[in-house]
Design a binder for this molecule. Structure first.
Ligand code: ZN
Length: 233
């Protein structure tokens, strides 16, 4: 791969990592973002444990789809194998964001999927944000981060969920992963998820029996996504 392209990939991952930090989705080092060049089978990801305030784009670690570090003196994020499994399982995505943003994590810790309650959610996610069950002890002991990625992909496959239509999930007892066609879209989906998680919690406090119509969900999602989208310029 040309050196300039590698630099671009690192810069793309860096922008998403700084995006989640600057938008308040991440405190301390509780998150990571990556960007994939699928034609080369290489992704750039945040180095492990480096504070965001000290992070530089040059610090992003390049890893191939076998999990081998191809360029860095730093160790990649401890969640690298989760990113890798999601990239292998979801063929049309090139960016992943993991955060412990508070409202989404509240739902994850309660082990509850986030229901569709309005058009804000419908604009981004075509259905509820699923909460994926706890990993078994044997999987956690065997290869925690790798099995986390496999658990996400398996859940989508078993439940016939389209990862491009529902580009976010919660992990029971843990937090969220979002993804997208690019790392920047994955970041935007993390922002949307956090906002929807907060609004859903508060809405259900006012009315625990909301029944948001499916036809409004369909209308709002399809005007922004898919073949007949007409939202925007
Ligand atoms: Zn985490």
């Amino acid at each position: 791969m040309a050196k300039s392209t590698l630099s671009e990939l690192k810069k793309e991952a860096f922008e998403s990592n700084m995006g989640v930090f600057e938008s308040g989705l991440v405190v301390l080092t509780w998150g990571n973002a990556s960007a994939l060049d699928r034609s080369q089978g290489i992704f750039a990801i945040k180095p492990s444990g480096v504070p965001y305030s000290a992070l530089k784009w040059q610090d992003m670690v390049l890893v191939d789809l076998d999990g081998k570090v191809v360029d860095s003196t730093l160790k990649p994020s401890s969640d690298t194998l989760t990113h890798l499994e999601i990239y292998k399982g979801f063929k049309n995505i090139n960016g992943i964001v993991h955060t412990h943003s508070e409202w989404a994590t509240v739902w994850a810790q309660a082990c509850k999927s986030i229901p569709v309650l309005g058009t804000t959610h419908s604009d981004h996610f075509f259905g509820e944000i699923p909460c994926i069950p706890y990993l078994s002890e044997s999987k956690i002991l065997a290869s925690y981060e790798k099995e986390t990625g496999i658990q996400i992909v398996d859940f989508y496959n078993k439940n016939s969920l389209n990862p491009q239509y529902v580009p976010a999930c919660l992990l029971g007892g843990h937090a969220s992963f979002t993804w997208g066609e690019t790392s920047n879209i994955a970041f935007q989906n993390a922002v949307a998820l956090e906002s929807c998680a907060k609004m859903a919690f508060l809405s259900l406090n006012l009315n625990s029996k909301i029944e948001f119509p499916d036809y409004i969900l369909k209308k709002h999602f399809t005007r922004k996504h898919g073949e007949n989208a007409y939202y925007g310029q």
